[in-house]
Design a protein around this ligand. Structure first.
Ligand SMILES: NC(=O)c1ccc[n+]([C@@H]2O[C@H](COP(=O)([O-])OP(=O)(O)OC[C@H]3O[C@@H](n4cnc5c(N)ncnc54)[C@H](O)[C@@H]3O)[C@@H](O)[C@H]2O)c1
Length: 368
C-alpha cells in the first residue's frame, strides 16, 4: 500500500492507495475516528458490491443512504435527502460520513458532511479513476445549481454551491476499477493528463508508455498512476488549500469544460468535457504564443490514443458558449478567467480576448 500524506496542519490526512483495501475499511476508520456508528453515502451502482463490502468490514453500527450518480442528482434535493436520512438514523456530530462512489457521490456526500450539524468528519472511498486522482482529494465539496439559459430552459451550473471540507482519510482500492466501464476509466485519464501538464513532463511520457497497461487495468500500473497523480494534486493543495492562488491552476481548461458539460445535447461526461476544454485552452494559448504547437499536438494525440474526444460531438454556436461561460464560477467580479497551459505548467489569464476565445471554441468544432 502507498500512503501519501496531505499536510494541512490540524486538517492533515492520509491517502492510502493499494489493492484489497475495501475489506479493511472498518479497521482503517477505527484507527482515525473513535465513532460508535458510521453513515455511508453509496453510489447506487456499487451499493451491493463495494458499498456492502466496506460496510461489512465495520465492527460498529452502520447506516446508509444511496444516490444515483448522475449530474442531475448533484443537487440541493439530494443534499436534503442525505440530511433527512441522517436525522432519521439519529446521527449526531460524532457520526462520520463515509462516501463510497465516484465524484458525484463524493461531492454531494462531502457537502452533506460539511453542513450537517455544522460539520461532521468524513472519509472518501473513491471508486472511479477520476475521483481517485482528483475529486476525492483536497476537500472541495459541492452541488450544481439551476441556471437559466437563453431559451429559458434551465441547465445545471456546475458546483455553484459548496464548501471546503477536508476528509479525515481517503482510501483508494484500485481493485474496484475492474468494473468501471471503459468510457469512465478513460475520463479519469483526462484528469491524469491534466495533472501531468501542470509541470510534470515525466508523468506525461510515463502515461504515454503505459497506456496499454492502464487500459488493461493492470493493478500495479494503476496503483503507480494514482500515486503519481495524487502526489501532484496534494502538492498544490498543500500550498493553497482554499484556492486563493495556485490551486486554481488545477482548473486547467475547466472554464471551457464547465460550459459544455451541462449541455444535454452534447452528452459529455466530466472527463470528456475536460479533454475538449483542455484542447480549447491549448488552442487559445497557442494563438497568443504561450504554448508550443508541437506539445499541444502531443497532448491532443495522447487524448486521442486513450479514446478521449478532442472536439465537440455536435456543432454549437460560439456566441452561445461565450455567453454561458460567464456564469461559470471561475468568473470573479464578472471577469472571465481562463487557466491556460504554458511551457512549465499553467497560468491564469484574466484579460480574455474575445476573438481568441472564439478561435479557441472554433478549434474544437464550435461554429459562427
Ligand atoms: N471535488 C473535486 O475536487 C472534483 C474534482 C473533479 C471532478 N469533480 C466532480 O466529480 C464528478 C464526476 O465524477 P466521476 O467521474 O467520478 O463520475 P460519477 O460519480 O458520475 O460516476 C460515474 C459512473 O460510474 C459508476 N461507478 C462508480 N464507480 C464504479 C465502479 N467502481 N464500477 C462500476 N461503476 C462505477 C457510477 O455509478 C456512475 O454511473 C463531477 O460532478 C465533477 O464535477 C469534483
Amino acid at each position: 500500500m502507498n500512503t501519501v500524506n496531505v499536510n494541512l496542519g490540524e486538517r492533515s490526512y492520509a491517502i492510502c492507495i493499494g489493492s484489497g483495501l475495501l475489506s479493511r475499511i472498518g479497521s482503517m476508520l477505527d484507527e482515525i475516528v473513535n465513532a460508535t456508528s458510521y453513515f455511508f453515502v453509496l453510489d447506487e451502482n456499487i451499493e451491493l458490491t463495494y458499498g456492502k463490502k466496506a460496510m461489512d468490514s465495520c465492527s460498529v453500527e452502520t447506516f446508509a443512504c444511496v444516490l444515483q450518480a448522475i449530474e442531475k442528482n448533484k443537487t440541493a434535493q439530494s443534499l436534503g435527502d442525505i440530511w433527512s436520512a441522517m436525522l432519521t438514523d439519529e446521527c449526531d456530530r460524532g457520526v462520520p460520513v463515509v462516501t463510497v462512489g465516484g465524484g458525484i457521490v463524493g461531492d454531494v456526500g462531502g457537502f452533506a458532511a460539511a453542513t450537517f450539524m455544522r460539520g461532521v468528519p468524513y472519509v472518501q472511498v473513491p471508486t472511479t479513476l477520476l475521483a481517485m486522482v482528483d475529486a476525492s482529494i483536497g476537500g472541495k465539496t459541492g452541488i450544481n445549481l439551476p441556471v437559466q439559459r437563453r431559451d429559458d430552459e434551465d441547465i445545471l451550473g456546475k458546483n455553484l454551491a459548496g464548501a471546503f471540507w477536508q476528509p479525515k482519510l481517503v482510501v483508494v482500492d484500485v481493485d474496484v476499477l475492474q468494473t468501471l466501464d471503459d468510457r469512465q476509466l478513460v475520463c479519469g485519464l483526462a484528469e491524469c493528463i491534466k495533472h501531468a501538464m501542470l509541470g510534470n513532463k515525466e508523468l506525461l511520457s510515463w502515461i504515454e508508455k503505459n497506456v496499454e497497461l492502464i487500459l488493461a487495468r493492470d493493478n500495479e500500473t494503476l496503483i503507480e498512476l494514482v500515486t503519481r497523480c495524487v502526489k501532484i494534486k496534494v502538492e498544490v493543495v498543500e500550498k493553497d488549500e482554499r484556492e486563493a492562488g495556485c490551486r486554481a491552476l488545477l482548473n486547467l481548461g475547466h472554464t471551457f469544460a464547465h460550459t459544455i458539460e451541462p449541455l444535454p445535447e452534447q452528452g459529455l461526461y466530466h472527463g470528456e468535457a475536460v479533454s475538449i476544454g483542455i484542447c480549447a485552452a491549448m488552442s487559445y494559448a497557442e494563438a497568443i504564443g504561450t504554448f508550443d504547437a508541437d506539445r499541444a499536438d502531443q497532448i491532443r494525440n495522447l487524448f486521442g490514443t486513450v479514446g478521449l474526444p478532442t472536439r465537440l460531438p455536435l456543432p454549437i454556436a460560439i456566441e452561445e458558449l461565450v455567453s454561458s461561460m460567464k456564469t461559470d464560477k471561475k468568473t470573479v467580479d464578472s471577469t472571465l478567467r481562463l487557466v491556460l497551459p504554458t511551457a512549465d505548467g499553467a497560468e491564469i489569464v484574466s484579460e480574455v480576448d474575445s476573438s481568441m476565445l472564439s478561435l479557441a471554441w472554433a478549434s474544437v468544432g464550435a461554429t459562427i
